[in-house]
Design a protein around this ligand. Structure first.
Ligand code: HEM
Length: 490
C-alpha cells in the first residue's frame, strides 16, 4: 500500500515537473530536456564546459539549458556578458534564492543576498576594505606579514638537497585564509595550529559539498531535502563555522572601543552604533554572514590562482627569469616591495593577469537572476530567471586574445611593452556585482609573487613527473596537485 502511494506520488511529481519543462515564448533556445534531470545527463561531469562551448556554437551567445525543472540562461562571450551585467545591470543583479547555498546562508550577507540588504552591506564592505588601505596596520602590511611566513616555509624547503619538493596547496591556502582572518578578525593563526586547520578543513568541506552532485540533487528534487543525505553536512559545517565567528564577535564586543576599529568586526560594530534605531539590516546575523562570505569567497580563489601561477612559472623558465630581471631592476636594494611598484613592472603585471586568465578560477562566475521581465539579444527573459555568466568563454574567446590557447604574457602587452588589459579579461566578472575582493586579490597576487620570485627560483622537481596544466572543473577550478621545487636565488 505504502509502496503504491510512493510510486503514485513520484509519478505525479515527475509529470508536473515535465509539463513545467517548457521554454516560455521567445525564450533563449537550447537542447530538449528530459523529465527530472533536464539536460544534465548530456553533460560530462568532468568536462561540462566543452558541452557549453558546443551549445554556444549551435545556438549562439545566449542559450538555455534545463537543470532539473528549471531553465538556466547561459551568456557566452564577453560582449553579451557585459551587455547583461553592465549595460542592463539593473535587471541582472539578482541572486537565486532556491539553491542549497542560498538556504544555508538564508540569503544573508553579500554573496547570496539582494536588494537593499545586499547594497548596504556591499557598500560597507568595500568602504571598509578601502579604509584598510590607509592607516597604521594597512592591508598591504597585513599581506607582507603573511608573505614573510610563506617565505620562511619555502626557505626550509630550499635548504633541503636539490630535488626535494613540496605540494604548495596547503601553504597558499593557509596564507590566503590568514590574510582574510587578519582583515576580519584582526589576527592570524600559526600554520601548525590545529584549530586553524579544523576551520580550514571545514570551509573546504563546505565548499566541496555546495558544488557537488548532492547539492544539485538538493536543488532539483525538493522532496529529498529533509532526508539525512550527505548535503546535510554542509549545513553542519556552516553552523560550526558560524559558532566560531560568533565567539570571536563576542570577544570583540568586550574589547571594542567605538571609533577605533582594529579590524572588520570593529568597523561593523561602529556601523551598528551609527545606524542604531534606523531600522536597517545591520545586526549580528548579517555581520556573521558577511564575515563568512569573505572567508568563503577569498580563500580558494586566491590560493588556486597562486598554484596555477607557480606551476606555469616552473614550466616557463624564460618567463620566470624575465620577471626576476624586472623585479631586481625596480626594487634594487630596497627591503620590501610595495603595491605601488606594480606601475613600474608591466611584465610582472602581464604574467599575473595571464595566469589569472588561464587559471579560469570561476568559470561560471556566481549565478545571477533577473529582477524584472527583460530582454537580451531579442530574447525575452522573465523575472526570476537564473543567469549564468560563462566567464570562461570570455577568457578563451577567439578574436579577443592574441594567443587564446597558450600561456603567453603578450596577451597583456602592447607593441611598446606596456601593460594593457583587454575587455575580455573578466575573471572577477563585471558590473555592480563584480567581485568585492578584486582589489585585495590583486594586491595579494602581486605582493606574494614579487616577494617569492625575488628570493627564490621555482623549479620543476626531478620527481615531479610530466607537468599537467589541465584544470579540474569546479565552482572554483584548480590545476591538479603537483610538487613545487624551490632554490634560493643568489
Ligand atoms: C564575487 C572571482 C577573490 C569576495 C566574485 C565573483 C567572481 C569572483 C567571478 C562573482 C561576481 C558576480 O556575481 O558576477 C574572484 C577571483 C578571486 C576572488 C577570481 C581571486 C583571484 C576574492 C577575495 C574576496 C572575494 C579575496 C574577499 C575579500 C567576493 C565577494 C563576492 C565575490 C564577497 C560577492 C559579491 C556580490 O555578490 O556583490 N568573486 N574573487 N573574492 N567575491 Fe571574489
Amino acid at each position: 500500500m505504502l509502496g503504491t502511494l510512493v510510486l503514485l506520488w513520484l509519478g505525479i511529481f515527475l509529470f508536473l515537473l515535465f509539463i513545467t519543462m517548457r521554454r516560455p515564448k521567445n525564450f533563449p533556445p537550447g537542447p530538449t530536456p528530459l523529465p527530472l534531470f533536464g539536460n544534465l545527463l548530456q553533460f560530462n561531469p568532468n568536462a561540462p564546459l566543452k558541452e557549453l562551448d558546443k551549445l554556444s556554437q549551435r545556438y549562439g551567445s545566449v542559450f538555455s539549458i534545463f537543470v532539473g525543472g528549471r531553465p538556466w540562461v547561459i551568456l557566452s562571450g564577453q560582449e553579451v556578458i557585459r551587455e547583461a551585467l553592465v549595460t542592463r545591470a539593473a535587471e541582472f543583479t539578482g541572486r537565486p534564492d532556491q539553491l542549497m547555498v542560498s538556504h544555508i546562508l538564508d540569503n544573508n550577507g553579500v554573496i547570496m543576498s539582494a536588494g537593499s540588504k545586499w547594497r548596504e552591506h556591499r557598500r560597507f564592505a568595500l568602504t571598509t576594505l578601502r579604509n584598510f588601505g590607509l592607516g597604521k596596520h594597512s592591508m598591504e602590511e597585513r599581506i607582507l606579514e603573511e608573505v614573510k611566513h610563506i617565505c620562511e616555509r619555502l626557505e626550509r624547503h630550499a635548504a633541503f638537497p636539490s630535488g626535494m619538493s613540496m605540494d604548495p596547496q596547503n601553504l597558499f591556502h593557509n596564507a590566503a585564509s590568514n590574510i582574510i582572518c587578519s582583515i576580519i578578525f584582526g589576527s592570524r593563526f600559526n600554520y601548525e595550529d590545529d584549530y586553524f586547520q579544523t576551520l580550514i578543513d571545514r570551509m573546504q568541506e563546505f565548499n566541496k559539498i555546495v558544488i557537488s552532485p548532492w547539492a544539485m540533487i538538493y536543488d532539483i528534487i525538493p522532496p529529498v531535502r529533509c532526508l539525512p543525505l550527505p548535503f546535510r553536512k554542509a549545513f553542519e559545517h556552516y553552523e560550526k563555522l558560524r559558532a566560531h565567528i560568533l565567539k570571536v564577535v563576542a570577544e570583540h564586543k568586550n574589547s571594542w572601543v567605538a571609533g577605533k576599529p582594529r579590524d572588520m568586526i570593529d568597523y561593523y560594530l561602529d556601523e551598528m552604533l551609527k545606524r542604531a534605531g534606523q531600522g536597517l539590516s545591520f545586526d549580528d546575523t548579517q555581520m556573521v554572514a558577511l564575515l563568512f562570505d569573505l572567508f568563503l569567497a577569498g580563500t580558494d580563489t586566491t590560493s588556486n590562482t597562486l598554484r596555477t601561477l607557480s606551476l606555469y612559472l616552473m614550466t616557463h623558465e624564460q618567463i620566470q627569469e624575465r620577471c626576476q630581471q624586472e623585479i631586481d631592476m625596480v626594487l634594487g636594494s630596497r627591503e620590501h616591495v610595495s603595491y605601488e611598484d606594480r606601475h613600474a613592472m608591466p611584465y610582472v603585471q602581464a604574467v599575473i593577469h595571464e595566469a589569472q586568465r588561464v587559471s579560469d578560477v570561476a568559470p561560471l562566475g556566481l549565478f545571477h537572476t533577473t529582477t524584472a521581465n527583460t530582454q537580451i539579444r531579442g530574447y525575452s527573459i522573465p523575472k526570476g530567471t537564473l543567469i549564468v555568466p560563462y566567464l570562461s568563454s570570455a577568457l578563451r574567446e577567439k578574436g579577443q586574445w592574441k594567443f587564446p590557447d597558450e600561456f603567453n604574457p603578450q596577451n597583456f602587452l602592447n607593441d611598446k611593452g606596456e601593460f594593457v588589459k583587454p575587455d575580455a579579461f573578466m575573471p572577477f566578472s563585471a558590473g555592480p556585482r563584480v567581485c568585492l575582493g578584486e582589489g585585495l586579490a590583486r594586491m595579494e597576487l602581486f605582493l606574494i609573487l614579487v616577494t617569492i620570485l625575488r628570493r627564490f627560483r621555482l623549479v620543476w622537481p626531478e620527481d615531479g613527473g610530466v607537468p599537467d596544466h589541465s584544470l579540474i572543473f569546479g565552482g572554483t577550478q584548480s590545476v591538479k596537485p603537483y610538487c613545487l621545487g624551490v632554490q634560493l636565488r643568489l
